[in-house]
Design a protein around this ligand. Structure first.
Ligand code: PEP
Ligand code: MG
Length: 586
């Protein structure tokens, strides 16, 4: 028996037989060509690139339908690479000038590109190296014929062991055959991790040595909740994990039954549990998992993966259909939050420090015609049911005042045109920068509601890039600074009787449920699949106990103490809570 440790990226436990995927990189020997053959090789290259693009468009669309936008963006990136003259021209030049076959030129140029990416200081590029190899392999497959991946030969349920997996490999995953995953490379936000979570496959990444210590057919336990990979377990260990698997199964089954139950604490305090969505089709999940409405509609999807801007009517149709599907339940629409990690289109100016740059409400206020189009669409949709609008990354009171003024302008225009809309449309502020949290009492005076966005609040308060795996261990909402900010925001809002909610990932993390209730939050918006888990905690506690927990957390000095205390406490209420956690798709 050998136990390795990695990063737990997709919860759950599985015991299975190993299927080892070694490096499948293709090596292409140099094949010189005659001058007269150059044209033919260039044509072969173009055909292979076009065929690869057609495949990628299919893959992108299929992945988006089955696993959501985040999982599919990687293929949009692959398409972008294959449309980039800076990538294709050197390959053509090599064929022309060095007189080599198309496949040799492709493999040499992609190798050089991968090496350039690998040596970049920016981790975002280094993370893309695996993608570059993936694109290389796809084009080569079209040039030299079918290269069957070993994965295609898998004909029985197995735990995949690999150094890393390419997006193409993960997109072709067959859930009935792949029951677990352990890789040596990767982090929380790697593509393979996102896919594993979206598919509910227990997975551990960053498990150093897993490849060299495993052979095909070895029995493997993957503990995706805690990060353990146990190779060739002994009898006792196998039995222990089999018991945990059964407990998880029981827990998940019991959760499914609770969708219709009210989210009320044992002492009768009602808690509003809402869903965060990025696409209208996720509304079905919100309703299926018992959500009381939508607390955050991220509207960026309307703007991404296209060159033009979405028109007012197109947006209106999307918002109106959501309002109608919700049938009277609330819908909080966040105005577009582009910039930083969500840039779009080629016209987007590169900034040296995009997270601190012209993003979110700043971008909207500098691009009023676009902002007004979105507001018109939102307001028109508000005639069909309860809609609220929310502004992202507000850091000064002037931004809120300006944004409200723009809304009122748009209302005047619509009224003049005789269009219907809710003239009392509630306008809220996302509290996701420390400045906003610190002056929350000022915002609470002028906004109709506040919503705490812990994803960015953690990033900006702790000065930790939320997308950088090298500092991922520092990124946590358990930091005492975050606790203090949330506490102050809730207190400021309550003093003004301004409704306050929370919509960052912490809202759906059961580690924090007791604390958030104890701090006074009564409205939590989260990834829809997590609603039953949080509801289970809500229905198992009383507010006094939560308040005691919050006070205790207030006395801690470090995030480790906070985390350990909250986890232990949650486990005393529901022992299998963390093992049974559902799939978080973000
Ligand atoms: C947040 O920052 O907490 C949030 C909910 O918004 P996003 O994750 O879209 O930045
Ligand atoms: Mg945010």
């Amino acid at each position: 028996m050998k136990t390795l440790h990695g990063i737990p990226v997709s919860p759950g436990v599985v015991i299975g037989s190993a299927f080892v995927l070694d490096d499948e990189r293709m090596r292409i020997p140099r094949r010189p060509i005659r001058k007269g053959e150059v044209g033919r090789e260039l044509d072969r290259l173009d055909e292979a690139v076009e065929a690869s693009k057609r495949e990628l468009v299919r893959l992108r669309d299929m992945t988006e339908v089955s696993l959501g936008a985040e999982a599919s963006t990687v293929f949009a990136f692959h398409l972008g690479v294959l449309a980039d003259p800076a990538v294709l021209e050197p390959i053509r030049r090599r064929i022309r000038e060095s007189r080599v076959s198309a496949e040799h030129a492709v493999s040499e140029e992609f190798r050089a590109l991968a090496e350039r990416f690998e040596s970049m200081a920016d981790s975002a590029f280094r993370m893309k190296v695996n993608d570059i190899w993936d694109i290389d392999r796809r084009v080569l497959r079209h040039l030299i014929g079918e290269h069957r991946s070993r994965l295609d030969t898998l004909d029985h349920p197995a735990v995949i062991i690999a150094h890393d997996l390419t997006p193409s490999q993960t997109a072709a995953f067959d859930r009935t055959k792949i029951v677990g995953l352990a890789t040596e490379a990767g982090g929380q936000t790697s593509h393979v991790s996102i896919i594993a979570r979206a598919m509910g496959i227990p997975a551990v990444v960053g498990a150093q040595g897993v490849l060299s210590n495993t052979v095909d057919g070895d029995e493997v336990i993957v503990d995706g909740s805690h990060g353990g990979v146990i190779l060739r377990p002994d009898e006792q260990t196998r039995e222990r994990y089999a018991g945990r698997i059964e407990a998880i199964r029981r827990f998940r089954r019991s959760l499914a039954d609770s969708a219709a139950e009210p989210a009320v604490t044992t002492d009768g305090v009602a808690v509003e549990l809402l869903g965060n969505i990025e696409f209208p089709r996720e509304l079905d999940t919100v309703l299926e998992f018992g959500g009381a409405g939508v607390g955050l509609f991220r509207t960026e999807f309307l703007y991404l993966n296209r060159d033009d801007e979405p028109g007012e009517d197109e947006q209106y149709e999307v918002y109106r259909s959501c309002v109608e599907r919700l049938a009277g339940r609330p819908l909080v629409i966040r105005t577009m939050d582009l910039g930083s990690d969500k840039q779009h289109g080629e016209h987007w100016r590169r900034e040296r420090n995009p997270a601190l740059g012209c993003r979110s409400i700043r971008y909207c206020l500098q691009n009023l015609p676009m902002f007004k189009r979105q507001l018109r669409a939102i307001l028109r949709a508000s005639a069909s049911g309860p809609v609220k609008v929310m502004f992202p990354l507000v850091t000064t009171i002037h931004e809120l005042r300006q944004a409200k003024m723009v809304v009122r302008d748009v209302m005047d225009d619509l009224a003049e045109e005789g269009a219907e809309f809710d003239s009392h449309l509630p306008m809220g502020v996302m509290v996701e920068a420390p400045s906003a949290a610190i002056i929350a009492s000022i915002f609470a005076r002028e906004a109709d509601f506040l919503s705490i966005g812990t994803n960015d609040l953690v990033q900006y308060t702790l000065a930790v890039d939320r997308t950088n795996e090298r500092v991922a261990s520092l990124y946590t909402a358990a930091h005492p600074a975050i606790h203090r900010l949330i506490k102050d925001v809730v207190r400021a809002a309550r003093r003004r009787q301004t409704p306050v909610s929370i919509c960052g990932e912490a809202a759906g993390d059961i580690e924090f449920t007791l604390l958030l209730l104890g701090l006074g939050l009564r409205s939590l918006s989260m990834t829809p699949t997590l609603i039953p888990h949080v509801k289970r905690i809500v229905r198992s506690v009383d507010i006094k106990a939560c308040e005691r927990a919050a006070r205790k957390v207030g006395s801690f000095e470090s995030e480790r103490q906070v985390s350990a205390f909250l986890r232990d406490l949650t486990r005393t209420i529901i022992p299998e809570a963390f093992d049974g956690r559902a799939v978080d798709e973000r």
